[in-house]
Design a protein around this ligand. Structure first.
Ligand SMILES: NC(=O)c1ccc[n+]([C@@H]2O[C@H](COP(=O)([O-])OP(=O)(O)OC[C@H]3O[C@@H](n4cnc5c(N)ncnc54)[C@H](O)[C@@H]3O)[C@@H](O)[C@H]2O)c1
Length: 476
């Protein structure tokens, strides 16, 4: 494992040592491509969090596609029913644990995979790193600045490496955008506009689940936007320095016209536009409904329940160290799912969009779109349509690219990310796809700053949240 030592003088440490200049050695993992590259023997992997994402991508898909390189040595979840289901679903015969510490003490592993509820990631990441184990974590890396700092500290003291599973970066469309930006066709970037729309199926679903609670998801500014903030950081190639945000909860939660216990037992099914029948999905019935008795978690919970305390509309202004300015918004009850991305450069403009029905060559079934995104069986399936990418240099005509459309497995990103982690195959090293603790931190720090900004009505400086110092060039 190649660890690069980033001799960053961290601000807080500098202040704490009353003027003595300490070059705090910040161990930053580089390309993790070789971490798990097989050297003959199979790498031992363990997973904590045997829910939907864990079982499908990190479980079944991993075994089916990378089974020549890895073997499962442990599965852990606090829900013992889900744990047993997971073992059968993935098709492995390894020890299972409801106590994470016991798994860590008794099982020798090369890689720990963290796929639990967002607010719990830090516990497993830190314990894994403290044991000098490589850890891969799902996004968001964590949900508040204290946990973020603890993870940074744990990475500094560990021989293990934290791999941030930012699959969107690997998405084919986003990789194409990065290539165009890096080619300087539109000159140096000045500003970026990103509007992301979640539809009334996928967007609504966040409010049915644990994601609707701040203390579990950190709000969608962490759970969902961490993907978008990382994409922005990576595409812009610089670190965020200041964030200002607005947001509110106006449709779901206490705003609902009525509420019930959960969709299966609700008297309002005929009147509720958001009624969702989980019994039609056998996989969900087996994974969640059959195991409610162990933890009381209702997968089809009421999205109008009073306890929901996250925002359902959010807008964020981000200023970067290289002076790029971003305007971002997230909508959670749009009639269609998609986004609009525009990059303004000194020499021109780059634009793309997805899912806008009147621009779509083959409109999507809105109810099935998220299922397609999560589909691990057709990661690279190309469809008979395309993404429209337009560049226009100042004083010139526009150029329109019809880019092959891949939407499954997060724009094909899940597979390409796993190829890099487990097979050491890089898409293009100069594009910096592998993400580390610093990338994970910078993405969540924007979300944390935005949440704080909404709560307190003030702009928030990224450097006030942890001891990381924003850099003009991320990779310098
Ligand atoms: N990168 C992506 O595109 C993507 C897509 C979906 C989900 N995710 C991430 O994957 C993670 C899991 O999401 P999901 O949709 O599978 O949720 P889920 O609710 O289906 O699964 C979460 C699991 O974690 C378990 N868990 C909770 N607290 C725990 C603890 N303290 N110890 C052990 N187990 C615990 C739960 O019992 C549950 O089985 C989340 O962090 C989410 O952000 C990422």
């Amino acid at each position: 494992m190649n660890a690069i030592i980033d001799n960053e003088i961290t601000r807080r440490k500098f202040v704490k040592t009353t003027g003595a200049c300490i070059a705090a050695s910040m161990v930053i993992s580089p390309a993790f491509s070789a971490i798990l590259k097989s050297s003959g023997t199979k790498k031992r992997v363990a997973m904590v969090g045997t829910g939907s994402r864990g079982n499908s991508l990190y479980g079944k898909y991993l075994i089916e596609e990378y089974g020549d390189l890895v073997e499962f040595v442990g599965l852990c979840d606090i829900n013992k029913g889900r744990l047993e289901y997971s073992k059968k679903y993935i098709g492995v015969d390894c020890p299972v644990f409801t106590d994470f510490d016991k798994m860590l003490q008794t099982v020798e592993m090369d890689l720990l995979m963290v796929t639990t509820v967002d607010a719990t990631h830090h516990e497993f990441i830190i314990k894994g790193l403290n044991k000098h184990i490589n850890v891969v974590t799902e996004k968001p890396m964590t949900t508040d600045e204290k946990k973020c700092q603890s993870i940074i500290d744990a990475q500094r003291n560990s021989k293990g490496t934290l791999i941030m599973a930012f699959n969107y970066r690997y998405g084919k469309l986003f990789t194409k955008l990065k290539e165009i930006i890096d080619s300087k066709e539109i000159g140096d970037l000045i500003s970026v506009d990103l509007n992301w729309y979640l539809n009334t199926f996928h967007g609504a679903d966040y409010f049915r689940r644990w994601h609707g609670l701040r203390d579990k998801s950190g709000t969608l500014l962490l759970h969902k936007s961490a993907h978008h903030f990382d994409l922005l950081n990576w595409l812009i190639g610089s670190d965020p320095v200041e964030v200002y945000a607005n947001g509110a909860l106006e449709k779901y939660g206490k705003n609902g016209p009525f509420r019930g216990s959960n969709c299966r037992n609700c008297e309002h099914t005929k009147d509720c536009q958001f009624y969702w029948d989980i019994t039609k999905n056998q996989g969900y019935m087996d994974l969640y409904a059959a195991n409610e008795k162990y933890d009381g978690y209702l997968r089809d919970n009421c999205l109008y329940r009073e306890e929901i305390d996250i925002f359902d509309k959010m807008s964020v202004l981000i200023k970067y160290a290289n002076n790029v300015e971003v305007t971002y918004s997230l909508t959670t009850y749009s009639p269609f799912e998609g986004f609009r991305f525009a990059f303004n450069g000194k020499e021109g403009r780059l634009e793309t969009q997805e899912g806008i029905p009147w621009r779509d060559t083959a409109p999507e079934d809105q109810a099935k779109l998220h299922e397609k995104e999560m589909d691990n069986t057709s990661h690279t399936k190309q469809e008979h349509k395309y993404h429209e990418i337009v560049t226009q240099r100042n004083f010139e005509d526009y150029k329109r690219i019809e880019f092959p459309y891949v939407r499954s497995g997060h724009w094909g990103g899940d597979k390409l990310m796993f190829d890099e982690i487990f097979r050491g195959i890089s898409v293009n090293e100069s594009l910096h796809h592998p993400a580390n603790v610093r990338d994970g931190s910078m993405a969540v720090l924007i979300g944390i700053a935005a949440r704080k900004s909404i709560d307190e009505g003030i702009p928030v400086k990224i450097s006030d949240l942890t001891d990381l110092v924003p850099k003009i060039n991320k990779w310098a």
